[in-house]
Every structure is written in structure tokens, then in C-alpha cells.
Design a protein around this ligand. Structure first.
Ligand code: NAD
Length: 340
């Protein structure tokens, strides 16, 4: 059986990445849509052969509970709406994929996880990189010490934001935060799987290089992490610089991905003169099939809710450090959200 997915929010990520990926997936398909824009209904219905009964708006969404065609609800809305729709999806008895960042606070992450637990549905965060073969390769190098012990990890996740300065990503009420919550979560993730464990502390700095445009949200943030195994990591995230890179410096060499976390193709090379290269596949198709296999076959959940919550704990600690003049914030994460 192929599981039916309903996309909630038909913006650019749903339109250009998720819906096309759902044509390629083996274990799930696009069965329904939830949109606040009436005009999108017919176009999507025609393009993806979606029956009228599987089309919802934000008001009648809860009736999805009675629709057996829909197994998974995928929330692809502005960040401040993730918790509300994920919780409503769980209450409707549907498995949930919630886009990154999981929510706009740790408290909201807890509420989503509690709702999914109560409804006995599965929950995953839209961390497409966790399903990408390059990420598996990085994890393998770190685990097997291919280049020795990891000493230092550097990651950048940034782009130059242009266009309407009032877009939701730059509006704190809708986004919950700027570059850090949008792109920074990738650098938080690479810092963690680049070292192979969760950080024990973080200190952070915020910079503003285009204040007239970024009035409401963080533009550029750097942060440094310490780890129990002695490694350190440095990350940069920005809405006013380009950067898409992971470099892992080890006792016997290094390896890097550049670009590291775009939709692909990704590129890697190592100090041994090798390239790291895998055939390009849709990360979104791999991600949704991974989640479907988790539901159907009990395969591991590669991006569980607790991973999204962990990253939100770290993001809140980064903001707290900035508020406190760069003061080091201890992190008590244990193995939370680590998936081998
Ligand atoms: P978008 O602006 O293109 O689309 C947002 C959608 O939400 C639109 O359909 C819009 O109509 C709808 N919406 C409902 N209420 C709204 C409101 N009050 N204000 C603005 N829009 C509203 O955004 P997007 O790029 O599709 O991002 C959506 C989510 O997906 C975000 O959480 C983002 O972080 C995530 N995302 C993830 C990836 C990834 O690689 N995993 C990539 C892009 C976006």
C-alpha cells in the first residue's frame, strides 16, 4: 500500500519540491491538499489528479479525520503555524511531517510531541538532509574515524535575502526568528553529525550588516559549540551572506561538503584527494519514503520530533547567549535526537 499524503500550505516548497517529489516516491503519493487560496484548488487537482473530496481549506481541515485516503499530513506553512496544524493533524488521527524549524519555541515542540503521542501517530520533521546519502557518509566517516578523531567542525548555512522586506520569513510573529530558524538549523545539524554527538555548551554573536532591510529578525549569527569528546564547532548563518558548507577537521585529515545542504547535487572532497559523490536523487522523495517506511515497516524514524525539539533548545540557547553578550550557555542534551 502507498500512503496518502496531504500537503498543508501550497507555497514554493510544496509547489516546486514536495509535490514533484511525491510523483517519484515508492511508498507514498500526493492524495490531498489543504490551501487557503481557492484559485490553487483546480490547478492542483488537475495536475496531480486529486479528487474534490481530498481538498481542504484551513477552516474545514479538521474534517480530514474522516478521510481514509489521507494517512500523512505534511505541514508546510510559515513557522508560527506549524504547531497549530501539526496538533490538529494528530488530533485527526493522521501521521505528521512538520517542516523545519519544528516550531517557534521548545514549548510548542513539546505540545506537538504530546499531541502525536496521545493520538498514537508518528511524527517527523522535514529534515531532508537526514535522508541524503551524503549525510550518511559524513556520519560514517565520523563513526568509523576514517580521518581520525574530529577536532573542529565549521559550517555555514546562509543566503542573501532579497525582495519584499515584509515577507513572512522576516516577520518575527510568523517566522519566530530570522536566519537562525530558517537556515541556522542546517548548521546546527551539521555541527552535531560532523562531531557525532550533541554539544555541551554554546556561545553566540549576532551581527547586522543591512539593518534597513532586516527590521524584525536576526540577520547574521555566529555560534561556537563545545562537545564532551573535546571537539569544538563553529557555525555561521545569515540572510545577508551566501554560505553552504561543512568542513570536518580531524586528527588525520579533513573532509568537506560544498555545497553541503542545498537540494543537490551536493559535492564533497577529502584530504586524501578523493571526491565524495553519489548519484543525485530527490532528497524530498527519499525523506518522505523514509517516513512512510517508518510507518509501514517500522523502519527507524530518521528525523523524529525530539530531533526538532533538540535543535529548538539549541536555537533558544543561541538567542539567550546573544541577549547575554555572548555568555556561554550550558546544554544538557544527552543523546537527545541523535539517530545513527
Ligand atoms: P512560502 O511563503 O512559499 O509558502 C507559505 C505558504 O503558507 C503559502 O502557500 C501561503 O499562502 C501560506 N500561508 C498561510 N498563512 C500565511 C500567512 N499568514 N503568511 C504567509 N503565508 C501564509 O514558504 P515556503 O518556502 O514554502 O516555506 C514553508 C515552510 O517550509 C517553512 O516552514 C519553511 O521553513 C519550510 N521550508 C523547508 C525547506 C526544506 O528544505 N526543508 C525549504 C523551504 C521551506
Amino acid at each position: 500500500k502507498k500512503l496518502g499524503v496531504a500537503l498543508v500550505g501550497l507555497g514554493s516548497y510544496s509547489t516546486y519540491q514536495l509535490a514533484p517529489a511525491l510523483v517519484q516516491t515508492e511508498h507514498c503519493y500526493l492524495a490531498g491538499i489543504v490551501t487557503g487560496t481557492k484559485e490553487k484548488e483546480a490547478a492542483w487537482a488537475n495536475k496531480y489528479n486529486i479528487p474534490k473530496k481530498n481538498i481542504y481549506n484551513y477552516e474545514n481541515f479538521d474534517a480530514i479525520a474522516n478521510n481514509d485516503d489521507i494517512d500523512i499530513v505534511y505541514v508546510v506553512l510559515p513557522n508560527s503555524m506549524h504547531a497549530d496544524f501539526s496538533i490538529r493533524a494528530a488530533k485527526a488521527g493522521k501521521h505528521v511531517i512538520c517542516e523545519k524549524p519544528m516550531a517557534v519555541s521548545v514549548e510548542e515542540c513539546d505540545a506537538i510531541m504530546a499531541a502525536c503521542k496521545k493520538a498514537d501517530v508518528k511524527l517527523s520533521v522535514g529534515y531532508r538532509m537526514q535522508s541524503d546519502p551524503y549525510t550518511q557518509e559524513v556520519k560514517k566517516y565520523v563513526r568509523e574515524k576514517t580521518f581520525g578523531d574530529v577536532h573542529f567542525v565549521s559550517s555555514d548555512a546562509a543566503y542573501i535575502s532579497r525582495g519584499n522586506p515584509d515577507q513572512w520569513r522576516l516577520n518575527k510573529k510568523l517566522s519566530g526568528g530570522g536566519a537562525l530558524l530558517n537556515m541556522g538549523v542546517y548548521a546546527i545539524q551539521t555541527s552535531i553529525y560532523g562531531v557525532g554527538e550533541n554539544p555541551t555548551s554554546v556561545s553566540a554573536q549576532e551581527f547586522s550588516t543591512r539593518p534597513e532591510y532586516f527590521k524584525d529578525t536576526d540577520e547574521t549569527i555566529t555560534a561556537q559549540f563545545t562537545f564532551n569528546n573535546g571537539a569544538v564547532a563553529h557555525m555561521m548563518t545569515s540572510h545577508n551572506a551566501n554560505g553552504n558548507r561543512l568542513k570536518v577537521h580531524c586528527s588525520n585529515g579533513w573532509f568537506e561538503l560544498d555545497p553541503a545542504h542545498n537540494y543537490g547535487p551536493i559535492n564533497g572532497r577529502t584530504s586524501k584527494g578523493n571526491t565524495i559523490s553519489f548519484p543525485h536523487q530527490s532528497q524530498q522523495a527519499l525523506q518522505m519514503d523514509d517516513f512512510a517506511r517508518h510507518i509501514l515497516l517500522g523502519a527507524k524514524n530518521v528525523a523524529p520530533g525530539e530531533m526538532g525539539k533538540r535543535d529548538m533548545i539549541i536555537a533558544e540557547a543561541i538567542y539567550a547567549s546573544i541577549t547575554n553578550g555572548g555568555k556561554t550557555q550550558p546544554l544538557n542534551l544527552g543523546t537527545m535526537g541523535i539517530v545513527g
